[in-house]
Ligand binder design. Structure first.
Ligand SMILES: Nc1ncnc2c1ncn2[C@@H]1O[C@H](COP(=O)(O)OP(=O)(O)OP(=O)(O)O)[C@@H](O)[C@H]1O
Length: 902
């Protein structure tokens, strides 16, 4: 584009655009925000706007579309929620007074992680911007929610931990430095697994010197004072984050006052796979809250409480004292139902104070926001009073820590009217009783006419001029009009302004004063009210620390009350935290399935994983309830770690360092990894990181590959856990062979989920009992699912053939013998063994199945004449025998051969 030919306005536009090339630029022109060129094409497509053109000095018109300025917020939110960034180019001088082109500047940039527009934010969920600085050794991670002022920071060692944090915070936007792109795995996972807007900034954006300058200025403390001296990567991430926030907001960020440092080791780690598998705050499929653990837990009354509860869930505790303190608070509430309900009622009238404060700090709060703050504070003294009888450590401290903030309440009460308008610049927001000037101006507007009539009557009496009138003229304003007949009676304090055909126009000092009061009143009133409002907003902003602290206490209070309400409503019990690490649950229930079943009755089950008996192998047909049972145990352990009561009759629970789950297929297939590959990398991760204090939930390990390899892997994994990790483990499997481990490894015990079969129909009893399952009932479940009878009867035939055949038995023998049960094995040799497989031609360990196929091949080759079908089988056998084949392929070929050769 030849920019020299552009019109001045277009040149001005393009200069602004160059400042934020990755943002769509909304450019204020008159009453519209216009977009041009590519931005116009994108916006018209995304917002369904009519695309027009504008003469721009070039041959072709510039594509253009626009939105009315007063409706811009909703359009901006729409774009931002789709992941776009939007820069607002505003007119910064009065167009009427401008000489030439109106001056325009970008006043803010709105991005997914920095937007504050209320309608675009999710209630009960933070809107995080996460900044990662990938350093040489560490990864600094800083997360800020500009809408609440929260700021969390940590440094982690691995990309995997980065992903765990991303998954936990679910940020709307991630700020990265270029080296993160080189960490391909992490980068591709961020891109594919999360639909998060990525903002890449050049390395200098994260410069340590700049970061330190910004951090010390913002938090008004030295790097050492903040405890950041040896945290260079974290400082860079924080510096980048602050710089980005200042740049986009173009505003003070005084509500971000405190950095909340955390270390993974202080919390129970639930990695990102497990967070999703256990559906803690988002369902796997629909990504909704309904159907998650958070959905069950959330009886909070305020958005702050709801966010706090989620926060509890994101970071289950490991410190016994802290967990007991939360449990004490919950228990105390459950024992005082009426007080609890009274407090919950008070919370009902509390708005999202944290978000209100953010708007106050960013100077975007309006009078309605201040009113909402006032209404939120009105019951604080009552809340403090209602809390005073409570004695548990957290609750008694909470009452003391909470500030009743009566001064703030009074300030707003004195100044802001009961129903203020949305706009703060149009007047009507300040009480007349608050300011004499406001009262006068407002009176002037309302009473102006009366005052003029009064003056007119008074002057008429005084002068004796009967037809003396006050009239309004656009040029001279208010004047007395006196007809020619009365010219001789004009008093000397009448000052002549204009001669008319029939008379003269006069003013007096009093009339002039009155006129000033009346004519300027409306504008002056608006200006005065706005100024008073801004002062009040600033005064409240100065009290931010006090209000923020109280808001935090209210959020905690709401979360404890919610847990207490849950305990009462859903009949949960207080867990005992076990000293020795044993896990014992009597009549445990799955919190979510129980709630979803509603009318249907959920069958409770016991669990016992003790020292020296940590591993449970769970067999049972499909649909019996294995996954539900295992998840239920994980969720119960997790609930106790957040300080919640648990769905059981009785529970003694360990404090785990981590919960690992390997359940079902992950959604990483999108990344091009096979189901089996994903499964194995998760297994590898678990085996490498689990400790004796971990809880492992393993569902059908090995099902993603051939039966033989799968069984071998599953076997070896159980063995490895039993011998080397001794973590509490629930291991569900369809490989009944694994039940043999019970006798061989003394910390393994078998369980199965009972079913009954009557007249060929199975029914699920949902009860877990000791021992292994007798049958797999797979075909019965297929029947329940409506698989056609033809397929079922054929499956029964095949199943009968396979159980007649010693084929599977042979495979099992190979696993038992060659899996090294009798010898001291290790995982590596196990893996090597299974990789070799059992079907390679010519190797002794290939087992009898390979030999059997060879025999069949020879038999076919010896036959003088072959049918078409036999030829096909022969061809297949020739092609596969030198290769590895799966046991099922081998089985089905054997089956075909059996039929053909008969
Ligand atoms: N204890 C229970 N009480 C009542 N219903 C239950 C119980 N456990 C599970 N169910 C019901 O049974 C359904 C199947 O359970 P689940 O998915 O846990 O079976 P599964 O044994 O893991 O099956 P598969 O092996 O096919 O994955 C659940 O969706 C739930 O509705």
């Amino acid at each position: 584009m030849d920019e020299s030919k552009l019109s001045p306005m277009m040149r001005q536009y393009l200069d602004s655009k160059k400042e934020y090339p990755d943002a769509l630029l909304f450019y204020r022109i008159g009453d519209f925000y216009e977009m041009f060129f590519d931005d116009a094409l994108t916006a018209s497509r995304e917002l369904d706007l009519v695309l027009t053109g504008k003469d721009c000095g070039l041959e072709e018109r510039a594509p253009m579309c626009g939105v009315p300025y007063h409706a811009a917020d909703s359009y901006v939110s729409k774009l931002v929620s789709k992941g776009y960034k939007v820069a607002i180019g505003e007119q910064v001088e009065d167009p009427k007074k401008a000489k030439g082109l109106v001056k325009r500047e970008i006043i803010k940039v709105i991005t997914p992680g920095t937007q504050t527009e209320e309608t675009a934010l999710e209630e009960g969920k933070n809107n995080f911007l996460l900044s990662i600085y990938l350093g040489e050794k560490k990864r600094g991670i800083v997360t800020v929610d500009i809408t609440t002022g929260e700021c969390y920071a940590t440094a982690v060692d691995s990309s995997k931990e980065c992903l765990d944090e991303i998954s936990r915070f679910s940020p709307k936007e991630i700020l990265i430095n270029p080296s993160l792109k080189e960490e391909e795995e992490l980068f591709s996972q961020i891109n594919s697994r999360f639909s998060i807007s990525l903002t890449e900034k050049e390395e200098r954006f994260f410069s340590l010197t700049e970061a330190d300058k910004l951090i010390t200025a913002h938090f008004q403390s030295s790097i050492m004072g903040l405890g950041l001296s040896d945290q260079a990567d974290l400082r860079r991430a924080l510096g980048g984050c602050l710089s980005y926030l200042y740049d986009t907001q173009k505003n003070l960020l005084s509500h971000i006052r405190k950095i909340d440092f955390f270390q993974n080791k202080d919390y129970m780690i639930v990695d990102s796979y497990s967070q999703r598998n256990l559906e803690l705050w988002e369902t796997l499929r629909e990504k909704k809250k309904r159907g998650t653990l958070l959905w069950v837990l959330d009886y909070t009354k305020t958005a702050m409480g709801s966010r706090m509860l989620r926060h509890f869930l994101e970071r289950p505790l490991r410190d016994k004292k802290k967990i007991e303190a939360r449990l004490d608070a919950v228990e105390e509430f459950t024992g005082h139902y009426i007080d609890m309900e009274e407090l919950r009622e008070y919370l009902d009238s509390i708005y999202d104070i944290e978000r209100l404060l953010a708007r106050i700090s960013l100077s975007t709060a309006n009078a309605r926001d201040l009113l909402a703050l006032k209404l939120s504070l009105q019951y604080l003294p009552d809340i403090k009073k209602a809390l005073s009888p409570f004695q548990s450590s957290l609750l008694s401290k909470m009452g003391e820590e909470m500030d009743s903030l009566e001064d703030i309440y009074r300030k707003i009460e004195e100044e802001i009217v009961e129903e203020p308008p949305l706009s703060v610049k149009e007047g009507g927001l300040i009480k007349a009783s608050f300011s004499k000037d406001v009262e006068d101006y407002r009176n002037a507007g309302v009473n102006g006419k009366e005052w003029l009539q009064e003056l007119e009557a008074r002057e008429r009496d005084k002068t004796g001029i009967k037809n003396l009138k006050i009239k309004y003229n656009r040029i001279f304003g208010y004047c007395f009009e006196v007809s020619k007949a009365y010219q001789g009676e004009i008093p000397d304090y009448f000052i002549r302004r204009q001669t008319l055909a029939q008379g003269e126009r006069y003013i007096t000092t009093e009339l002039e004063e009155l006129q000033n009061r009346i004519l300027g009143a409306e504008e002056k009133l608006k200006d005065l009210e706005y100024a008073l409002f801004c002062t009040l907003r600033e005064e409240i902003a100065e009290e931010l620390p006090r209000i923020q602290k109280t808001a935090r206490e209210l959020a905690h209070l709401d979360a404890y009350l919610s847990l207490a309400k849950l305990a009462i409503k859903e009949n949960y019990v207080r867990p005992r935290l076990s000293e020795g690490g044993s896990l014992f649950i009597k009549e445990g229930r799955h919190p979510v399935v129980e709630k979803l079943l509603e009318e249907e009755h959920f069958i409770p089950n016991d669990t016992s994983l003790e020292e020296n008996q940590e591993i449970a192998i769970i067999t049972g047909p499909n649909m019996a309830g294995k996954s539900t049972y295992m998840r239920q145990v994980a969720l119960i352990v997790l609930l106790s770690a957040i300080g919640s009561f648990v769905p059981a009759k009785e529970a003694e629970l360990p404090i785990c360092d981590r919960i690992f789950t390997r359940v079902g297929a992950s959604d990483d297939l999108a990344q091009g990894q096979s189901t089996f590959m994903v499964e194995m990398s998760e297994v590898a991760n678990i085996l490498r990181n689990a400790t004796k204090q971990s809880l492992l939930i393993l569902d059908e390990i090995g099902r993603g590959t051939s039966t033989f390899d799968g069984l071998s892997i599953a076997w070896a994994v159980v063995e490895y856990i039993a011998r080397h990790i001794q973590a509490k483990t629930l291991f569900a499997t369809h490989y009944h062979e694994l039940t043999e481990l019970e006798g061989k490894l003394n910390n393994v015990k078998n369980y199965c989920i009972a079913v009954s079969k009557k007249d060929g129909e199975i029914s699920f009893l949902r009860k877990i009992i000791p021992g292994g399952a007798d049958e797999s009932y797979g075909i019965d479940v297929a029947k329940l699912a409506g698989v056609p009878e033809g397929v079922l009867s054929r499956a029964r035939e095949i199943s009968a053939f396979l159980s007649d055949n010693d084929f599977m038995q042979e495979n099992k023998n190979i696993v038992a013998k060659e899996g090294g049960l009798e010898t001291d094995d290790n995982l590596e040799s196990q893996e090597k063994q299974t990789k070799n497989g059992a079907f390679e031609k010519g190797e002794s360990k290939n087992g009898a199945s390979g030999a059997k196929l060879l025999k069949s091949l020879n038999k076919l080759e010896d036959k003088p004449a072959l049918t078409e079908g036999e030829e096909e089988v022969l061809r297949k056998l020739r092609s596969i025998i030198p290769e590895k084949i799966s046991p099922f392929e081998a089985c089905s070929l054997l089956f075909e051969l059996k039929e053909l050769l008969q």
